[in-house]
Ligand binder design. Structure first.
Ligand code: M6R
Length: 390
């Protein structure tokens, strides 16, 4: 995580005054959000923060230039995006609703723009885009603006069209993304949504300082935890090499795990050309289970403790129909091995943040399948890095 890729907004009142906002260059400083040590808050010349008396780290969203009280007044969020950025929105729905109890809707930009959308008052539209030039996302944002709803862009490319036209911008600072299949921008976008969720929860009085500190500590541990997952990559490479000739793979999970499945499945499709589907695990028996036959690979994602047993029982159902099972869960859930043929573990984090860890083995699966098939991982066929036409 970049040291700028975090956005902090302290409950004790780090909102800028309008006068302070007026002194900023909105072209150059928008989105330079930060996680900072509250003990340094007074040292910042840009801030009009209430001094914080301890050294807890805090979220500071002042660079986003929200009006004072804006976040506290929000009653709904709409995430709008395409592809992997849409999957970030799906993950954000689960994590932000869990953290804040504020309803979150998620739309594909290509659907939103043509469905005559209904946007409620006191809401905000959040466009997520790595390139900042995706045609459908840009059009969706323009529509939201026409409808008078404030817009926030979570964007990687500085100065891109979406970043320029949004009312507020939160840069992901993931650096240039070259390969067509997004990985680091996806990860950075997730972090932005967590930070926004924490800020929203604080502003609405639903996250206290103790919880805020716990969340920030968990965020700061993510890079080391990802490094630990990467240490296990040879096991995933070995497993992927066995499935290089697979025709169909199914990803199943519930809640946030379902959102993680969506991204794992897309990665597999786009770089290994293996057909895969992501299903909410409870939906399987409403039709899809008829596709399971001897040897079909089913990947169960089970990072949410409250849903673990539910998804595990869905895995048992497909195993009884011949499926070969990979289970992805947290360290400690070793009973997974009673059910699955191949288990992968990720370190524990705060439940709303598990997508950041669980997506890594799934990205590695897509990557190693692609390598095993001798494909060009960075330049998959038929795809462009930035989709600037409908
Ligand atoms: O630049 P954007 O984030 O707006 O792009 C959205 C999608 O086109 C993009 O995420 C696409 O799905 C990626 N190739 C997935 O790896």
């Amino acid at each position: 995580m970049s040291d700028k890729a975090a956005d902090i907004y302290h409950a004790a009142g780090t909102e800028k005054t309008n006068a302070a906002q007026d002194t900023q260059d909105t072209q150059d400083t928008r989105g330079t959000q930060d996680i900072r040590d509250a003990s340094n808050t007074e040292a910042s010349s840009e801030e009009t923060a209430t001094p914080v008396k301890n050294s807890a780290k805090v979220i500071d969203l002042s660079a986003l230039h929200f009006e004072p009280g804006f976040l506290a007044g929000l009653e709904r969020l709409y995430f709008i995006a395409c592809g992997s950025a849409y999957h970030v929105g799906m993950a954000a729905k689960y994590s932000i609703e869990k953290m804040t109890r504020v309803p979150v809707e998620v739309d594909l930009a290509s659907e939103f723009r043509y469905r005559d959308p209904i946007l409620v008052p006191n809401s905000m539209v959040i466009i997520i885009s790595q390139s900042g030039e995706t045609a459908d996302s840009l059009a969706a944002m323009r529509l939201a603006k026409e409808m008078g709803v404030p817009t926030l862009a979570v964007v990687n490319v500085i100065g891109s069209s979406i970043a320029r036209e949004a009312d507020h911008v939160m840069y992901t600072y993931a650096g240039p993304e070259i390969a067509v299949a997004t990985t680091k921008a996806y990860s950075a976008q997730l972090i932005c949504t967590y930070i926004l969720g924490i800020a929203l929860g604080i502003a609405k009085g639903r996250i206290d300082q103790e919880k805020e500190t716990a969340y920030i500590n968990a965020l700061e541990k993510l890079p080391d935890q990802i490094s630990k997952i990467l240490e296990d990559k040879e096991r995933i490479q070995w497993f992927a090499s066995k499935y290089a000739n697979a025709h169909d793979v199914f990803f199943i999970g519930r809640g946030l795990d379902y959102a993680i499945c969506l991204e794992g499945s897309l990665k597999m499709k786009e770089i290994s050309y293996i057909h895969s589907e992501a299903y909410a695990a409870g939906e399987l028996k409403h039709g899809t289970i008829s596709l399971i036959e001897d040897g079909t690979l089913v990947i169960g994602v089970m990072t949410q403790n409250d849903l673990y047993e539910k998804t595990r029982s869905n895995l048992v159902e497909v195993k009884a129909r011949g499926a070969y099972l990979m289970g992805l869960t947290n360290y400690g859930n070793y009973s997974t091995e009673d059910t699955v043929n191949f288990a992968v573990y990720v370190p524990k984090t705060e439940a709303p943040f598990t997508a950041s860890l669980a997506v890594i083995p799934l990205q590695l699966m897509g990557y190693y399948l692609s390598v095993a098939k001798g494909l060009d991982v960075d330049k998959p066929r038929n795809l462009a890095k930035s989709v600037t036409v409908e």
